[in-house]
Ligand binder design. Sequence first.
Ligand code: FAD
Length: 488
Amino acid sequence: MFWKRAKLPSQAVPTGIYSELTRWLPAERLITDPSELRVYECDGLPLHKETPAAVALCASRDEVVGVVRWCHEKRIPFVPRGAGTGLSGGATPVPRGVVIDVNRMRNILHIDLENRYAIVQPGVINIKLTQAVESQGYHYAPDPSSQKACTIGGNVAENSGGPHCLKYGMTADHILGIEVVLPDGEIVRLGGPLADNGSYDLVGLFVGTEGTFGIITEVTVRLVPTPQATRTYLAIFDEMSRACRMVADITRQGILPAALEILDQRVIHAVEDSVFKAGYPKDAAAVLLVEIDGFEAGMLEEEESIKRIASDSHAIELRVAKDGKERLQLWKGRKGAFGAMGRIDTDLYVLDGVVPRTRLETVLQEIYKIADTHGVKLSNVFHAGDGNLHPNISYDGRDPDERARVFKAGREILEACVKAGGSISGEHGIGVEKMDFMPLLFTKEDMELQIDLRHAIDPHELSNPCKIFPDSKGCIEVGKRQAHMVPL
Ligand SMILES: Cc1cc2nc3c(=O)[nH]c(=O)nc-3n(C[C@H](O)[C@H](O)[C@H](O)COP(=O)(O)OP(=O)(O)OC[C@H]3O[C@@H](n4cnc5c(N)ncnc54)[C@H](O)[C@@H]3O)c2cc1C
């Protein structure tokens, strides 16, 4: 589907009405100027853009409550926003809606290492939490490659992953409690630092709901001890298929590495030509980053296994990071890969499909073929251990023909993942990007059940409407874009 910028339907909201929000926050933190609003027209997915009516830069829970209550009273939709690094359009504004930005709520409120948890505001940047506790031997495990920018609130809303989630689990495995401002402005606290209280897992229900259940204003997260020893390897291959086979062999032999990440040749070139240069060989067809961690005593045995499997998989070379500096250097390329892709073209569409590990090789071949058929520039960098592919399409967003081809290729790629027994999202969520692909995975009844659940929390679909589900009742077609109905 080719989406056009939405035009406002006839029952447009009088623009002056948004200035009422200055009752809850200072005027300088309410944006209504059209040129400033453009900053918020998309997240990390530039294929979908929409200008909001207003952006409320909230700095406290009370401000969030005030803005949400006002939206509820006026039946005006709102979109929660953290750092805006999402890759599925979750924070894309809706027409006439208010973006509620919680980026300024950045305090780490409490750290308890004896009980291994921390309480943070939603705008805390992911890596800042680890930096606050690492000198004491702890860290916050979920590490999206965007961790220098993305917020913990955004991570909870997307149930984000990251290279080390292979061993340590996704965000959902690390969230103990949350405070949420529900879509009518009511504040609820779910879970807490102590283990399960025996009731329904309501924290689990809220994690991954992409801002459709209200706004998270506080998060209690698990902290985990930093492993005693870590080893990082770079396996170099002249064929992508061999790198994929090494991944399957490692897991088949019962080894659970901390991370298994593959980069293809186009990504290697982009990285090596950029400030994220990591020393990856440019003539390699693929490189596989392998990291193991645990007790020092067990390292030698696992290292021997990795060496043997690399040799059996016909790796041209297996490099070992000699020290922490070399380890960071190897990771710099992987973590900076999406940024480096800015060298290939003006825009980047990062897809997020999952396949069984054993199907990586064949699905990748199919994906490269789809890209050739549509004449789009494809590269791949992905969480191979999880079977979580990130096919990236670099394109010029100003060229409508190229954009149309990007949409077509994107759809076919995700269809190929589903056909291989996989899924349309490993960690980036559905947002606006994949709403139309939900029927590939779910029946009408499955989706209705999920929408009923949503309506139990947000009957008017005010919180991040027109996302996730293709046929939400609160949305109407405006051009080819869905817009929330505002009954004024
Ligand atoms: C270079 C790059 C690398 C990335 N690597 C990874 C990766 O390895 N793994 C991964 O999983 N993702 C990755 N991402 C995607 C993205 O960083 C994550 O989805 C992240 O969790 C988004 O956080 P954010 O603060 O930017 O949220 P936003 O983009 O602002 O919002 C994301 C969603 O969460 C909702 N939301 C935000 N804050 C709140 C809140 N307080 N309450 C309720 N809802 C809220 C929004 O409405 C939206 O639906 C990457 C992105 C980039 C640009």
